[in-house]
Ligand binder design. Sequence first.
Ligand code: C2E
Ligand code: MG
Ligand code: MG
Ligand code: MG
Length: 276
Amino acid sequence: QAKKQGRNNFQMYDVMLDRQAFEKLQVENELRKALEREEFVLHYQPIVNLCKNEITGAEALIRWQNDRVGFVSPDQFIPIAEETGLIIPIGEWVLKTALLQLKEWHGNGLEGLTVSVNLSIRQFYQPNLISMVKETLELTGVEPRFLTIEITESMTMDVEKASFILHELKKLGVNISIDDFGTGYSSLSYLKRFPIDHLKIDRCFVMDIAENKSDENIATTIILMAHNLGLSVIAEGVETAEQLGLLKQHRCNEAQGYHFSKPVPAEEFSKIKVPS
Ligand code: C2E
Ligand code: MG
Ligand code: MG
Ligand code: MG
């Protein structure tokens, strides 16, 4: 009886694997055609300066709507785009689109606004990254100081290479953020060696900050350490006034999250009001 059941479970497992593999293949095939079919769109989430109580930045977040596979979240398709190398043309499209949008905003009363763009690991280590960023800035006519590049800790495992690339990016005049800080491999020594401007505290530490004293301690410690190193701190995933109050109290510089706004299409971005 047990043997029989075991075999059935095994078959179930196979079927599920097949299904997963099939779905992945389908997503991959659709992803190949998505750029030319213009199925991608960028949404923007405000980054709020907590001293000025003002929107100072916008993070560009990609969205994909496909007729056959429906809406696929970036956490699902970015890894497939990485594996297949499709992330290279997609990433170039993201940067160009975000900078063109910023140029338009600068001409429409949002003068000092910056835009943040996420890089994935394959893009980061792409030999022509520096020239691609430089050319896209020139093409769109945006000054480098208005662009922030977001990378994650896991991308800096190869400390020598990462340090070189970050210094080259810095020479262009762009800003650099470490995204999802606290979730990756954390040899804190690299923070000193890399030319970083901002740390973004990952949402998982912000989530329970008002209920959980040790989470509050972690957030406070990250803020103090960052400030000692001359870096500014952005809190991710701020959803409540209580979380915001604590972060302000601990001198966090900027914040992002549903408390202010979800990521929205470009047309809606300029209508967002910061609650006072
Ligand atoms: P991320 O860069 O850490 O972006 C933050 C994610 O948290 C976004 O998810 C955002 O919608 C979500 N978020 C923001 N505020 C809140 C909040 O208050 N509560 C909750 N629950 N969530 C919040 P999204 O847009 O699904 O993006 C997921 C990840 O996909 C991003 O994480 C980033 O790593 C990646 N990604 C998005 N766009 C791009 C892109 O253009 N290029 C690359 N390489 N990666 C991208
Ligand atoms: Mg990000
Ligand atoms: Mg993040
Ligand atoms: Mg994140």
